[in-house]
Design a protein around this ligand. Structure first.
Ligand code: SAM
Length: 322
């Protein structure tokens, strides 16, 4: 799936991740200003400066795609308001294909109020949600706070290491892990959403990664193979789990001797303090995670302090003090 260009080119976009049931993006940023890009493009083409032409053409294209989405969206609204449901559905679908990822805008738009029960509307809005969610996980800007290379270095995966990535999402970490543990080791990518796992599997395949196995799991049970994993990783996922102490016991049951559970999750913030991350009602502190792990006999083994937005802790079976 290509990233929706209407938003990737817009640095000012503000993102809000609203938890497992919905990703809310604020009103789509206005079409990027074309400024002098068409003139720069003309000049660059005339002077055969292909790099400059490429850069200017990309700006022009972003602006056009953004306007295209808005125009298709307006057509969908007008058809809906005129009662032309079939045409409205067709234009919402075209809006989706053109790069719309703001599901809350579509779902909450009063123009579509009479269509909300229509299963075609439900299916398209679900597809828009998925595209937006995947975009959120893979957007290049994420790397700035997520520091994936440093996280991977800190975790020091060994060749052949047996790893489960719970709440694997788009595979942001799964793919990186699969590359470093080598082809002989299979990384388990677990998630509660089959559509997300489909995306992960096809993206991994398209990147030539063959050592990932996906499986759908339950919200309260990752169904880990017993006593067989060296690392169980949960990035931005444990905060969705309701009974974390019970869950931690299931994580422990999957650990091979010497294994570790790695939790990276958002440092709690007040509403509005951070433009993305879970809403305050899903806040989960490091202390709460420590307590849940302790209930399963797991204690912090290593604590990494370099992430500014998340806590990052490796847990292992607590050894009895002599
Ligand atoms: C915020 S995303 C993080 C994805 C990935 N770990 C990353 O860092 O990019 C959370 C993912 O966890 C999944 N998820 C939510 N609750 C879960 C649960 N109880 N068990 C497993 N997966 C869950 C969601 O479907 C979603 O794909």
């Amino acid at each position: 799936m290509s990233h929706p260009r209407t938003l990737t080119g817009t640095a000012a976009v503000v993102l809000i991740l609203l938890g497992a049931n919905g990703t809310r993006l604020p009103a789509q940023a206005p079409p990027a200003a074309i400024t002098d890009a068409p003139q720069r493009l003309e000049r660059a083409l005339a002077t055969r400066d292909w790099s400059a032409a490429l850069a200017a053409a990309a700006v022009v294209n972003d602006a056009i795609e953004s306007r295209h989405v808005e125009t298709l969206y307006t057509l969908a609204r007008c058809h809906a308001l005129l009662g032309n449901v079939d045409q409205a559905i067709a234009f919402i679908e075209r809006t989706h294909q053109a790069g719309m990822i703001e599901v809350s805008r579509v779902r909450n738009d009063e123009a579509f109020a009479s269509m909300r029960a229509d299963e075609r509307f439900t299916a398209i809005t679900q597809a828009i949600w998925l595209k937006g969610y995947l975009w959120l996980l893979e957007r290049p800007e994420r790397d700035a706070y997520q520091q994936p290379d440093r996280v991977m270095q800190a975790l020091g995966f060994r060749d052949g290491e047996r790893v489960a990535d719970i709440g694997a999402g788009s595979g942001y970490f799964t793919r990186r892990i699969a590359r470093v543990v080598g082809p002989a080791a299979t990384v388990l990518a677990l998630d509660i959403r089959p559509q997300i796992l489909e995306y992960l599997a096809s993206r991994a395949a398209s990147e030539g990664i063959a050592n990932v196995r996906t499986a759908k799991v339950e919200p309260d049970d990752p169904h880990l193979p017993a006593a067989s994993l060296d690392t169980v990783l949960m990035v931005d996922t444990l905060h969705y789990v309701k009974d974390r102490a019970a869950y931690a016991k299931k994580l422990r049951a999957g650990l091979a001797p010497g294994g570790r559970v790695v939790v990276i999750d958002f440092i709690p913030r007040l509403a509005g303090e951070r433009p993305w991350g879970p809403p305050p009602e899903q806040n989960m502190s490091r202390a709460e995670v420590d307590a849940a792990m302790a209930a399963a006999g797991l204690a912090p083994l290593r604590v990494h302090e370099f992430l500014t937005e998340q806590f990052f802790v490796e847990y292992a079976v607590k050894t009895p003090t002599p």
